[in-house]
Design a protein around this ligand. Structure first.
Ligand SMILES: [Zn+2]
Length: 417
């Protein structure tokens, strides 16, 4: 921007504040919010009149797989199970190219951006078939999209690589040296799950990166890693730097055991990410009656003061065949499948905004406060509850004070003076 920008006449809903307030925002030429207040004076600034539109922070998608996105038509999964999706993707991964990954990932980034997402953490496969091809592609996507999306890349050791300890160590070393943002993987698929979990902790310790794991993605109460995760988080001194995705099996243990695990997570600052799209689609297919929802115990974890975010997981691939990139849909599904109450829409909104921003370490730069980057979602909704309830008919998405969506100025619902 060549001049400061004033967003005038909006109803601003700051994270943590239950209702919108009539406030103007001043954004400097570097894209940071420098002033917030009613009726800010205009001195050498561009003014954008929001005419009462709602201003919230941009949405944060803490768990995606951009490298696999948009492969539904190319990868078979006749059983529509996790195992079917994984084996189908392995065959596809033999031939997938870096350019193909970049092209598909960028298309999904655009879809997410248009719907209000400003940050994505993408778990990127490291498996024998692709090795570091996906990581290289996603680091390129991170750079190419930097002006419209904050992307964090997780080195996600998956598939047979979880039982190939020496190779996994080398791939993780190379991925962390190349500049990934977090270490992750799927310990539950390893032939030595506890040892593999330790390998991931060691890689995180060596590189000083946070851990973001697919802790489980099943409903087998006899195959649990919760206690091991709590113990290792303590042993490695990684309190507050570990995120556990899915945790579906927490729903398969009794309430007392689940409460003990939730307490352990809260005490060690382990955050949880629930992924309703993948869980609803993939889990419980072997059950002949009353199939389970497959989600973790979302409400119990929140009640135990665990940070719980919700995210898209897969978009239009053999793991989840649908997905528009709209995190408000995910907030809705979390509310419905997680048995929230009628007054919990704000909680669902926080699970796709302030909570994942905190877990991803974006908090200083994300939000609506002086010094935050102006990554904003501007809509015709009444408030954040309204966004979860029904969405918005028009959305303007801003990153660092620049409009990134809609991409065509003639589609803008407001005039910029
Ligand atoms: Zn995932």
């Amino acid at each position: 921007m060549d001049r400061p920008l004033i967003l005038r006449g909006g109803r601003v809903q700051r994270p943590g504040v239950p209702h919108p307030e009539r406030l103007d925002l001043k954004i400097d030429t570097s894209g940071r919010i420098t002033e917030i207040g009613p009726s800010l004076p205009v001195v050498d600034a561009t003014v954008m009149d929001l005419s009462g539109r709602l201003v919230t922070s941009g949405l944060v998608d803490i768990h995606q797989h951009l490298d696999k996105s948009r492969t539904r038509r190319a990868v078979a999964n006749p059983s529509a199970t996790l195992a079917g999706a994984s084996s189908g993707y392995r065959a596809f991964a033999e031939t997938v190219t870096r350019d193909d990954i970049v092209r598909r990932a960028e298309k999904t980034v655009d879809a997410c951006s248009a719907r209000g997402t400003v940050a994505i953490r993408s778990h990127t496969n490291i498996e024998p078939q692709t090795q570091l091809r996906g990581i290289e592609a996603m680091l390129e996507v991170r750079a190419r999209c930097a002006r419209r999306m904050t992307i964090q890349v997780v080195a996600h050791v998956t598939s047979e690589a979880t039982s190939m300890f020496a190779e996994a160590r080398d791939w993780l070393k190379a991925a962390t040296a190349a500049g990934v943002d977090a270490v992750g993987g799927v310990p539950a698929t390893s032939d030595r799950p506890i040892d593999f979990l330790k390998l991931l902790f060691e890689a995180a310790e060596r590189s000083s990166l946070p851990l973001d794991l697919h802790l489980d993605e099943h409903l087998d109460p006899n195959n649990l890693l919760f206690e091991a995760l709590i113990e290792m988080t303590r042993a490695f001194g990684m309190q507050g730097r570990v995120t556990a995705g899915h945790c579906s099996a927490l729903s398969a243990v009794d309430a007392a055991q689940a409460a003990r695990i939730a307490e352990g997570f809260a005490k060690t600052g382990i955050a949880v990410v629930t992924l309703p799209a993948a869980n609803l689609f993939l889990q419980g297919r072997q059950t002949s009656h009353l199939p389970p929802r497959g989600l973790t115990r979302v409400r119990e974890l929140i009640a135990a003061s665990v940070d719980v975010a919700a995210a898209s997981d897969n978009i239009r691939d053999p793991f989840v065949p649908t997905g528009s990139g709209d995190l408000l849909e995910i907030a809705r599904w979390t509310l419905l499948a997680g048995h929230f109450g009628l007054d919990d829409l704000g909680k669902a909104f926080e699970m796709v905004s302030v909570i994942p921003a905190r877990i991803m370490g974006l908090s200083d730069s994300w939000g609506i406060h002086e010094g935050a980057r102006a990554d904003l979602l501007i809509t015709d909704a009444g408030d954040a509850d309204d966004l979860v309830e029904g969405g918005a008919l028009d959305r303007i998405v801003m990153v660092a004070g620049e409009i990134v969506a809609p991409q065509t100025r003639s589609d803008l619902p407001i005039n910029r003076a």
